[in-house]
Design a protein around this ligand. Sequence first.
Ligand SMILES: [Zn+2]
Length: 462
Amino acid sequence: MASVVACDHARVASDTPANRAPAEEQQGFAATLTREGDVWIVHYRFSEPQTALLFDTAHGDYRTSYWTPLDEGVQLENLDGLDGLFFEVPAQEVRLQIRRPSSRVAGTRPFLKFSDNSLAFYSGQLALLTVDSRVAAEALHGDLSLWHGQQPPVFVTFEANGPIVTDRRETPERVTVTAHLGAGPYIYDGPIPVIRTDASIMVVDPGLPEWLRVGVPKNLAAVDEALKGRWQTDIPDAVNLLAWEGPGEEWHNTGRAEGSQIAMSILGTRYLQPNQEVLADLIWFFAHERAHHFQLRPGVPIEEWPLEGAADMMATIVLADLSLIDQRGLQRRYARVQHQCAQELAQGPLDQLQGAHACGELLSLGTLNIIPNHDFFGFWRDLLAGAESQGARVDTSFYLYVLRKEGIDETILAAIQRFTSESHTDPDTATIELLQIFGLEPIYEREAGLQALDIVLPPEQP
Ligand SMILES: [Zn+2]
């Protein structure tokens, strides 16, 4: 199941400069957002006069091309990749006009466009960083690790003539969302009727091919039910947005998860005809993001490989629960995951890598195989409860600590430790040896790759 969707959780967390002020010390900024047709106006108000401000998210030349200051004495400029607002006289407010770009832009999409031309606006693009002056902004040379300022949350209020979909179950006609740390939910106020189920609300593009328009909501509801059953816990409802860009030649999926909102835009001829594997790919993405909703808890930081690897594993288990993946599909998936993991390892020790999803997934599959009853979700409940009560970070050593408490053999723990912390000169062999130690009985050929694994998923919930 190839997917070109980036999962943003880890990126947002790791891009956040460590030198920001604690949240309680921060004064928030206020903004109102209004819309007239396809033109949006943001009106920022600051409690203290500002001389210069930087934007939290980078989108190439999108802002300098499609944003226009509506007030005198303010410049919007891109300085070495960072967008900034610079005021001739310190200002306590500024208004900017925002137009929808005509082509794809860098970074998170500022707009999600539905086939009826309605739009969802990415509120995260309004997030700001304080900076002393234009000179201080120039001195960064585009490198935010040199930056010392504050990231005040921007409280964005938006009003519409109808229901507004954000990251909450409620759809009032006036909302305030928070744009902060380069993040914020999409805001949708278009005419597409909201689909409500027990555990989620969805905005599904009416132009989608019929089989997806019907199949996606049905399967997303089933994903929720399966995950809740497996986790044995309740969490806030999901808000799913799915936009259809039509059957362009290339296949392209873009997605972003933000709080309980999962937003995705899809494109490609592969979506035109009913196809189980295509549906499985798409549902897998939502299941992965939904798994994060169960994993992520306030005050419990989780390192990238356990976070992403487990979400991948949980999504795969849920797909099997929904009969969207069978043993053949599992074999194909893990042959690919092993290959990708070997490529990741070639870049350096796993616990120093960003985006090492595949190795995380391999370690999760191994964990699933060695824990009692293959109860992977139970293991994660223990992991999170332990981290919560001890104020611990879920990293490799905490992961090993919990596995040890579950009675896992020391030789396996030592192998995981080596696999995650060392450089591997022969990454293929390292991954295959790991799979052997986990008892997954890999059949591997150097030329043809991984041929088979002994995969046993946890039994279905009663
Ligand atoms: Zn993820």
